[in-house]
Design a binder for this molecule. Sequence first.
Ligand SMILES: Nc1ncnc2c1ncn2[C@@H]1O[C@H](COP(=O)(O)OP(=O)(O)OP(=O)(O)O)[C@@H](O)[C@H]1O
Length: 343
Amino acid sequence: MFFSMGTDLGIDLGTATVLVYIKGKGVILKEPSVVAIDRVKNRVLAVGEEARQMIGRTPGNIVAIRPLKDGVISDYDITEKMLKHFIKKACGRKKMAAPRVVVCVPCQATEVEKRAVRDAAMNARAKKVFLIEEPLAAAIGAGLDITKASGNMVIDIGGGTTDIAVISLGGMVVRSSIKVAGDTFDEAIIKYIRKKHKLMIGERTAEDLKINIGSAYKREEECSMEIRGRDLITGLPKNITVSSNEMREALTEAVSAIAECAHSVLEKTPPELAADIADKGIVMTGGGALLNGLDKLIESMTKVPVYIADEAVSCVAIGTGKMLDYLDKLDSAYHSADITLVD
Ligand SMILES: Nc1ncnc2c1ncn2[C@@H]1O[C@H](COP(=O)(O)OP(=O)(O)OP(=O)(O)O)[C@@H](O)[C@H]1O
């Protein structure tokens, strides 16, 4: 693949997944945000899917690191290396002009956090970096027309953060971001299985449970799944069967926090916009939105219809991609909204 002058990339730099969008081609890369490092030689061994396979399975000198936590960069150097790798992979092997890049950041990210994302992208060979707040990108990616004077509400549930916003006329009127999302669900499941079954399980098993039998609201048909972990008493491997009922119990606190946050955003929404949202419904995006029954739970708490966007996981990346179309107009038209132009 060869991209000549003027290649533009949209990057969803997520806690769990990085997606790269290329103008005219769509989402061309989707890989876990994981980097495997050889600590002795201080060298990157693998990035993305290959590194994810190593989580929990590495010898002492190799560590598999997730350089973003709670939606923001927690390990700057590794994030930069990861971005460099993905930008290079997205642009192909041959020499190309440095791309212009749109990267999303969680809403309410601090200036320091925004600068860290910008600097990491600049050092990863970007010519120019534009930052866009996640809910705005998610709404654009979900196909909402946010340019009109009408209220739209989006709930983007990622790995590290849940971003909730009411958007009208291209800007966010009310917004909130909480560090409760997909990773919190996994942690809650690990804690629950340890307490109830005295069994130690890893992150990947917890995620499998969440995706296969996780539940935020009563399911039409309950289901179960067999898992293997380490018995805390004997220290030996042991199999147990876990039910979706138990998953609901494990996840109650985390999913309620998200539903309550959505409720409080609606409470702060001006009445005209709230009426628009009551008509159109709330749109959910992000991988966490796929947790079974979470839409129904939020619907029951807010009394507003809730829809899961098509391609929920890719919405932010698609939104950053659509922003690429506006790159040339950014400094004038969008600078005042929630998009920052960085030279
Ligand atoms: N079918 C599913 N059911 C439940 N959870 C899911 C499903 N598919 C993916 N997830 C979860 O979605 C989360 C990742 O979502 P996403 O890729 O949108 O996050 P991210 O953009 O990397 O994170 P953030 O926006 O917080 O930086 C993970 O916690 C993953 O386990």
